[in-house]
Design a protein around this ligand. Structure first.
Ligand SMILES: [Cu+2]
Length: 170
């Protein structure tokens, strides 16, 4: 009898211990661990969403700006593109992709590229394949060409052949 009673008490005590421990753990989790973690995760998700929206808004604003000014960004073809012959390019044989700025432009078929000579020296805009040739462009001079045929046009300045640029009409 005694043994059975002792065993029952022991089992009861064990069960009570297990139950109370698990109840305390879940209460603790609800009060501290889990709820805080959930709040943090939500905060983080909200912040990520806000950041993503900010980035998307900025990109949209930038795209609007670019199309508004008609300036070539090298990203998308436009109807009107302006390229400048940079200062000092007559003597700076190392001007590389900064001779014609921007060096590579995209224009829509039927669109126009305008070159502006902002240098003090005279330059040309010449397609060696003959699609266009500005002739000598004095300081502050400009030259326009309408691109009616799709293609990639590599051009140069015949006075300073290190000055090279590319127009892609598409
Ligand atoms: Cu030149």
């Amino acid at each position: 009898m005694n043994t059975k009673l002792l065993a029952s008490i022991a089992i009861f005590a064990l069960l009570a211990g297990v139950i109370s421990t698990s109840v305390m753990q879940s209460a603790y989790a609800a009060d501290y661990g889990t709820s805080d973690k959930a709040a943090d995760a939500k905060k983080l998700a909200d912040k990520k969403a806000a950041d993503a929206k900010k980035l998307a808004d900025k990109k949209a604003a930038d795209a609007k700006k670019d199309s508004g000014t008609g300036k070539a960004t090298g990203k998308a073809a436009s109807d009107m593109v302006t390229v400048e012959m940079a200062k000092g390019t007559a003597t700076n044989t190392e001007c590389g992709d900064k001779c014609f700025v921007p060096n590579k432009v995209q224009v829509k078929v039927g669109g126009t590229v305008t070159w502006k000579n902002v240098d003090t020296a005279a330059h040309t805009v010449t397609d060696p394949n003959g699609a266009f040739d500005s002739g000598m462009l004095m300081a502050k001079g400009s030259f326009k060409h309408k691109f009616d045929t799709a293609g990639t046009y590599d051009y140069l300045c015949i006075v300073h052949p290190w000055m090279k640029g590319t127009v892609t009409a598409s």
